[in-house]
Design a protein around this ligand. Structure first.
Ligand code: GLY
Ligand code: MN
Ligand code: MN
Length: 536
């Protein structure tokens, strides 16, 4: 065989695989193992898949799995439940630590909507036990046997399909009955009863301060006799009595809604090599989208057209979706932080803020550039742009191991405040909040705002650094600054060697942006027939 042909054969599938990369089954399996290590003794965690959401009439939104469920399973189908046990469970086949309940085959639905994963296939994905959801109620253990049943708060946002006795709604309903979940559940009180029940005498005072703080924000808590008595209890006998009353108030419940989110935050905030690879690609695709729009932009473009170019670019790379609704706002629209209408048809000479993220195998990027539609920043636009750029530089420099998210915020905020004071837009540092009203950094991952503890930065976290200045019309400053919104946002991998910018393919400096805008775009010659020419 010709040597070059052989190389071509080898590399072709790799390129295809590169476009559709997914996480390995080992990833999900090891995440279940890590998760189990974090569980308290004698506990079980129960997680449900995301509901199917209806768009209108008989059309549903594209199904999107719950990220926590996906992270522990790799499962992309609805109506599923996962149980992970701290201790080994035993059945006639031996011991097991986890079990997933899935849909049973349904030839009619599969004809319309695609094949369901079978029990055999699910077993080959590495679950210890797989059963059909129809058996969930009958074949789950007596939950009172466990010291704790960990779960996420019920959102009550799934619809019951009366024709399906085992849909997600019914699965949750039967589970609630099994764990004796109260009809009316006051989470705040339940958590406080738990804390009071377990409080040592030496920490009672600090718990009183915590309860007092909550009461000052929500005075209805004072209507609760146990909480009231606890705040007034000053000697040990009284404390003992209140501990007993708290224990009695929650004696019928062994579920816990606090620990599961906490465990997931700890796991998800540190990315594995596989996750980093997906986000690295998603960030690169998103940055290429920014560059292609820079080349193509002109004042006659619409916000929607710009959105389309970005989304086309990352779909061309094989990304299935965007990780959050795309934000393309020109002029004053850029001052609406999460503007998603994207329906302005003339860009004039405004700055255009573009905040978009490709989603690859569930992992999303989150990248923003702000560019002049004419190709050239006006002097005033440039002055503001350079402040945001300097602020982002400071923020990125602060994104190092051992620093906190607050360190990044402070570094970015101070630069914005200084710049705005120098331009005479504000007089004092605190006023900068008016024009820079959001945080600077968040984790990204399966969620665009990924869960994390938001403590100190550590290696293999991926966070955004995204300062901005937004001056809506009517702001108390010279009207020449009105209707300008600027955000620059990059995805930063925290490493031992310092911050690594995963979205750096898209230039951030004003002069580099202007240079790219001069370049020719394949879209310059992309003309479509006019709708006006249609005969009436
Ligand atoms: N795109 C949402 C955000 O930047 O947080
Ligand atoms: Mn962001
Ligand atoms: Mn963003």
């Amino acid at each position: 065989m010709n040597k070059y042909f052989f190389i071509l054969l080898l590399s072709y599938p790799l390129i295809i695989m590169g476009q559709v990369t997914d996480l390995s089954l080992d990833f999900f399996k090891s995440k279940r193992d890590e998760f189990r290590k974090e569980l308290p003794e004698a506990s079980v965690a129960v997680l449900f898949s995301a509901p199917i959401r209806n768009r209108a009439n008989d059309v549903n939104y594209v199904y999107h799995q719950d990220p926590n469920f996906y992270y522990l399973t790799g499962w992309k189908e609805p109506h599923a439940v996962l149980l992970i046990y701290k201790e080994a469970q035993r059945d006639d086949q031996g011991i097991f630590y986890n079990k997933i309940f899935i849909r049973s085959p349904d030839p009619i639905d599969e004809m319309w909507n695609g094949k369901y994963t079978t029990i055999q296939e699910a077993l080959s994905m590495g679950f210890d036990r797989v059963d059909i959801r129809d058996n969930f109620s009958r074949k789950t253990p007596d939950f009172s046997y466990f010291d704790e049943v960990l779960l996420f708060e019920f959102k009550n946002d799934e619809r019951d399909n009366p024709a399906d006795p085992f849909d997600l709604y019914d699965l949750k309903k039967s589970f609630k009955e099994k764990i004796n979940f109260p009809e009316i559940y006051d989470r705040k009180k339940y958590v406080l009863y738990q804390k009071i029940k377990n409080v040592e005498e030496s920490s009672a005072d600090s718990l009183r301060i915590e309860v007092q703080g909550l009461v000052s924000r929500d005075s209805t808590l004072l209507e609760d006799q146990i909480l009231k008595d606890f705040l007034e209890s000053s000697h040990l006998d009284a404390l003992n009595e209140i501990r007993q009353k708290s224990a009695f108030a929650i004696k019928d419940y062994n579920f816990d809604l606090e620990k599961l989110p906490q465990i997931m935050k700890g796991l998800r905030e540190i990315k594995t090599e596989e996750e980093i690879e997906l986000i690295r690609k998603a960030a690169f695709f998103s940055a290429v989208g920014q560059v292609e729009v820079m080349k193509a932009i002109h004042p006659g473009m619409s916000e929607r057209e710009i959105q389309g170019i970005h989304e086309f670019v990352y779909r061309k790379y094989g990304a299935a979706d965007q990780g959050y609704p795309s934000i393309v706002g020109a002029g004053g629209n850029a001052c609406v932080l999460h503007y998603i209408e994207n329906n302005k048809f003339e860009l004039n000479n405004e700055l255009v803020l573009m905040d978009l993220g490709a989603e690859l195998s569930g992992y999303t990027a989150d990248v923003t550039r702000t560019i002049p539609s004419t190709g050239t920043f006006t002097p005033d636009q440039r002055l503001l742009y350079e402040i945001v750029y300097a602020s982002q530089e400071k923020g990125i420099q602060a994104a190092v191991i051992g620093n906190s998210f607050i360190d990044i915020y402070k570094a970015s905020f101070d630069a914005i405040a200084l710049g705005l004071i120098e331009l005479g837009i504000i007089k004092t540092t605190t006023e900068a909040k008016k024009y820079f009203p959001h945080g600077v950094s968040h984790h990204i991952g399966l969620d665009v705002h990924d869960p994390g503890n938001y403590g100190l930065l550590a290696a293999n976290m991926i966070i955004t650094v995204e300062p901005g200045i937004y001056i809506p019309e009517g702001s108390p400053c010279d009207p020449k600054w009105w209707n300008i919104g600027i955000r620059i946002e990059d995805d930063i991998l925290i490493t031992e060697k310092g911050p690594k910018n995963l979205s750096s393919f898209a230039p951030r400096k004003w002069d580099e942006i202007e240079k790219i805008i001069q370049q020719k775009s394949p879209l310059d010659d992309f003309n479509l027939p006019s709708a006006e020419s249609l005969s009436k």
